[in-house]
Design a binder for this molecule. Sequence first.
Ligand code: AKG
Ligand code: FE2
Length: 321
Amino acid sequence: MRNNGAVSELPVIDITPLRTGGDPRAVADRIGAACRDNGFFYVSGHGVPADLVAGLDAASRRFFALPDELKNEISMDRGGRAWRGFFPVGGELTSGRPDLKEGVYFGAEEPPGDLPLHGPNLFPEQVPELREAVLAYLTAMTGVAQTVMSGIALSLGLEAGYFREGYTADPTILFRIFHYPPAPPDTDSWGVGEHTDYGLLTLLLQDDNGGLQVHTSRGWIDAPPVPGTFVCNIGDMLDKLTGGLYRSTPHRVRNLSGNERLSFPFFFDPGWDSEVPPLPYSPGGRARWDGQDLRAFSGTYGDYLLAKVSKVFPHLAGNLG
Ligand SMILES: O=C(O)CCC(=O)C(=O)O
Ligand SMILES: [Fe+2]
């Protein structure tokens, strides 16, 4: 992937000490500050090999270049309750309006079963290398996410393994590959409408085209690509756990680069049956962007996620019944 070397206002945090048994305090402090500020930062020193990322990018470009009828061989309509597969441009309504993007939904590879949003992935026959690239990437990113969560635990004064033991021993893992066609310069449509992410944290790989915007306390800012990093952002469950101290911040995408943009968000979330009560000392009290009171919700993470995805894919909601 090329890069445009843009400078971001968001901090770049090297997590090497958390991976290699170094002194974690300075990293944990920086992560904590970023989570309290915007809930968005870049992760470097993550140890994910560049050739794994390049292979995933190349295989994904080959897939999206296929004609629609071949992409539709792995249509989400065929994924049933597992909620996996391809959806076309306009097929997802992140913010109540169709998004200007197409994509493929994946998750942890599992045998067929009854649990919604779990099960086998749908991989395209025409691009066989995508399967291997996605599965290797999921394994690598699960490790990165557990590492970042250990830093988040330390930043909250908890044991490094607090989340791994309590919430993410068997995490809910979802992964998407998005392809954003170039947006017309005068468009008022979004590639992804304004939203927050649902779970604990998201690790985003993006190509060099840019287009991601973050709603900070100082207004909307760009989160441009920074070579060799992932954008990490806090989801609703970490916001809820911390009573709003760690922010699940609204963000959106508009691809005005004139090029095809690819992005690869990896979602690392609590176990399906986890209840996510506030941590004992949560300060709370902050009003949320959309007026929703996350503390009022008391079901499992699975319940929360199902309610959300039924809204963004209304015509597929029946599959989950
Ligand atoms: O494509 C991007 O850059 C961001 C995607 C995103 O925010 C999401 O999938 O939740
Ligand atoms: Fe998002």
